[in-house]
Design a protein around this ligand. Structure first.
Ligand SMILES: Nc1nc2c(ncn2[C@@H]2O[C@H](COP(=O)(O)OP(=O)(O)O)[C@@H](O)[C@H]2O)c(=O)[nH]1
Ligand SMILES: [Mg+2]
Length: 286
């Protein structure tokens, strides 16, 4: 299946919510639809205002243009590629971090980059094992940890190994931390500090994995992670099978963070680079 068709298929339920927009020529109805599609009150009002100000009779066109504008903003440029590029993956339990790391390892290796995975989730006993199964499947190397081990030490080992053996990318899996639990957030900060000790401007990326099903709650979650860790991007997972796929727009609008990848299934190939034009085209037909 070509990439766009796969995306369209995954976003089917969300698209259903946006569908009536096409038939509606009245802004009140469009407002209702946007609210029902997890766009949120603030952003919906902003969009309606933009559509009015555009003086366009084609509301759907004006809406699409504005949505793409919000999602395409180059809020941050990708830093120069250094070796190893250190990418830390954070998020609450069950959001899809470990699965996404396996998908990312697969993605980078297909581009001939050598990937080392750091099993820095030492909180949950089964975590390293799950990661190990994935790593084997994608044939990526992993630096193991045992439950209860200091995640900072595991991370440092992985970074040293990556440097010594000339890896291109290190993917750091972290424990699922509830953003309300201060201690667990502190652990993420500690892993970040370990990276900084290794190289002053590391980690090069800190990506928050967000489950699309969180809906509006995902925004609050992302805000806290961003405050604490200074994120460089987002990965939104489980867009397949949810009707809450619209949530990407208010998250980007509020946090001014780019979505780097999206997860559209449980398999290794169910990860796509985020493309704002394709995403909007898949949600709102012209
Ligand atoms: N449908 C779907 N399921 C996903 C996706 N990403 C992760 N999952 C599932 O979400 C569950 C939790 O994933 P896991 O990677 O263990 O989350 P973690 O606790 O954040 O490491 C697993 O059952 C995954 O298969 C996705 O994009 N789509
Ligand atoms: Mg995990």
């Amino acid at each position: 299946m070509v990439v766009f068709d796969k995306l369209k298929e995954a976003l089917k339920k969300t698209r259903e919510l946006f569908k009536p927009i096409k038939e509606n020529k009245n802004l009140d109805a469009i407002e209702e639809i946007l609210l029902s599609a997890d766009i949120g009150v603030g952003l919906t009002q902003h969009l309606i205002k933009q559509i009015k100000e555009s003086n366009s009779q084609n509301f759907v066109f004006a809406l699409r243009e504005n949505l793409i504008k919000i999602l395409s903003c180059p809020y941050q440029t990708t830093p120069e590629l250094v070796k190893p590029t250190i990418i830390m993956i954070v998020g609450v339990p069950g959001s899809g971090k470990t699965t996404t790391i396996a998908k990312l390892a697969n993605y980078f290796q297909k581009r001939d980059l050598r990937v080392l995975i750091s099993a820095s989730d030492t909180y949950r006993a089964a975590a390293a094992k799950q990661l190990g199964i994935w790593a084997e499947r994608v044939n990526a190397e992993i630096v193991w940890s045992s439950p209860g081990q200091d995640p900072g030490a595991v991370t440092y080992d992985a970074l040293s190994k990556a440097q010594a053996h000339n890896f291109d990318i290190v993917l750091i899996d972290t424990a699922g931390r509830l953003h309300t639990r201060k201690d667990l957030m502190e652990e993420a900060k500690k892993i970040k500090r370990v990276c900084q000790k290794f190289r002053a401007n590391a980690p090069d990326e800190i990506w928050l994995v967000l489950d699309a099903n969180f809906g509006q709650n995902g925004i609050a979650q992302a805000r806290i992670f961003h405050q604490e860790l200074n994120l460089t991007g987002l990965i939104v997972t489980k867009l397949d099978g949810t009707a809450k796929g619209g949530i990407i727009v208010p998250i980007v609008w509020e946090l001014k963070l780019p979505v780097r990848f999206i997860g559209i299934g449980e398999g290794l190939d169910d990860l796509e680079e985020f493309d704002s034009h394709q995403y909007i085209a898949a949600l709102i037909e012209q």
